[in-house]
Design a protein around this ligand. Structure first.
Ligand SMILES: Nc1nc2c(ncn2[C@@H]2O[C@H](COP(=O)(O)OP(=O)(O)OP(=O)(O)O)[C@@H](O)[C@H]2O)c(=O)[nH]1
Ligand SMILES: [Mg+2]
Length: 187
């Protein structure tokens, strides 16, 4: 199995990578470019799994060479699972990339990283609710402290392709349920 760590620049992908892999990592130059990336290995339930620290990208519509490499790496690995690392304090920006990757049919889990930074800004994200809407695992993490990493790994087996139409339907349902609940509460 191969796992791609993907997300915006500076969201903690490499901290995740270092926590997941051991000493056995190799840094390579993506062919024909000056863009470097790192890959390594870990064992999950006895299986050797390759982990790739993909260069940061804001979207799948690349704006520079590093983003081109990130998108190419995704497309070269059609059978990979993706750990989508999102800065929980800037979730509305990060979720867009995750949705693009979901739309292309990749099985994905979301790490809502930097929960500590989000909390400092009084941002609290209901990971369970987001998980119900997206239909894939969403785990809050603080990568620098190792928090949530084990849970994230244990839930990788639940990563599955989801239909964007289903997500839209779930989101519509969730907001209806919420407004009904709010109305009930106010009555
Ligand atoms: N407070 C806090 N800082 C974090 C957390 N995770 C990572 N960081 C810090 O955020 C910065 C960026 O982390 P990196 O792992 O280098 O981010 P990256 O996604 O690999 O960035 P690029 O390789 O540039 O795309 C570093 O200073 C990390 O120490 C977290 O959960 N909480
Ligand atoms: Mg990095």
């Amino acid at each position: 199995m191969k796992i791609l760590l993907m997300g915006h620049p500076n969201v903690g992908k490499s901290v995740f990578f270092n926590r997941l892999t051991g000493a056995n990592v190799t840094e390579s130059n993506y062919p024909g470019t000056t863009v470097d990336y790192t890959k390594g290995w870990m064992k999950i339930e006895g299986e050797d799994v390759e982990i790739v620290d993909v260069p940061g990208t804001f979207s799948l519509d690349p704006k520079d060479r590093a983003e081109e490499v990130a998108v190419a790496m995704l497309h070269e690995n059609r059978d990979a699972k993706v750990i989508s690392v999102i800065d929980a304090s800037k979730i509305e920006r990060g979720i867009y990339l995750a949705l693009e990757i979901i739309e292309e049919g990749y099985p994905l889990v979301i790490a809502l990283n930097m929960r500590d930074v989000a909390e400092d800004k009084n941002i609290v994200i209901d990971a369970d609710r987001l998980e119900r809407i997206l239909g894939i695992p969403v785990v809050s993490t603080v990568a620098i402290a190792g928090e949530g990493i084990k849970e994230l790994v244990s839930r990788l087996k639940e990563a599955k392709p989801v239909n964007v139409e289903d997500i839209i339907a779930n989101a519509a349902n969730a907001s209806t349920t919420e407004s009904v609940a709010d109305a009930g509460g106010a009555a």
